[in-house]
Design a protein around this ligand. Sequence first.
Ligand code: RIB
Length: 304
Amino acid sequence: MQNRISVFGSINMDLVIYSNSSPSEGETIFGNNFETFLGGKGANQAVAAARMGSEVSFVGKVGSDLFGKILKEKLELEDIETELLQEHTGESGVAFINVIESTAQNQITVISGANSHAQSDQLSDEALSSSEIILSQLEVPLQEIEKLFSRASNKGCLRILNVAPALQLSETLFNETDIFLVNEQELSALSNKPLNIDDIGSIKECIDSLQLNDDQSIVVTLGSKGVYVHQHNKNEFFSGHKVNAVDTTGSGDCFIGAMASNMLLSKNLFESADLANKAAALSVTKKGASVSMPRRQEVIDFWS
Ligand code: RIB
């Protein structure tokens, strides 16, 4: 199957509490509501790309527990190929998420479970050759992403890395990445420099210090403020779109999945970031991560 995105990444059961505040140490509070969703940065990005119209294959590990079964079913309901999703004997990944309703912001703690057993060789050379884009994040072992990106280097796939959560990259993984996707904290950690989100000059300084080569690009998501894109010698800032936000969980994942999906069609990073910025704004108007990902037509209709 051609024209597809392979996501090598995490899949979690998101256990989400909606509340008015977060408890301090030793304090017990009542929340307002509890929900469970398909989550994990990898799975969320896969769903976002699939809903935007791409053929997506998910490569990773679920546990042998009940969550594992449910998570696999949820991916399949999204028309995501799960042939390369394997079961690890043990527990599935889970994320404990507290969403503060007044701000729609969240606090997330992840227990990796089966995700820490994901292996790059789950994706055969043949499967790699039929992928136009390889998309990964840092919730699966970094050395496995490094192996996969290295193997992909002579296969003509575009390698997109979401540097989240913020972890130190090896020189090899850094050099084998074509497009970096970061938020402001992740850019600051990657460049080892303080960053002022309101100052484009400070964003540019952090990017310059990375000394990207001519084939590498970086996209910086700045929450509701917008997105900054750097490719070759061109930089462009896209302002955020005003919406009524109820839950920002997974909005970065929505951006990445939508951007990757559009890259298959237009190959233009700036155009794709512009569309993804709109998709991500729409995603925060609904609760949950993967379930809030919009479909391509919804994005077009909402912003026309
Ligand atoms: O980016 C949001 C995601 O981070 C959640 O779905 C959670 O599972 C964690 O991986």
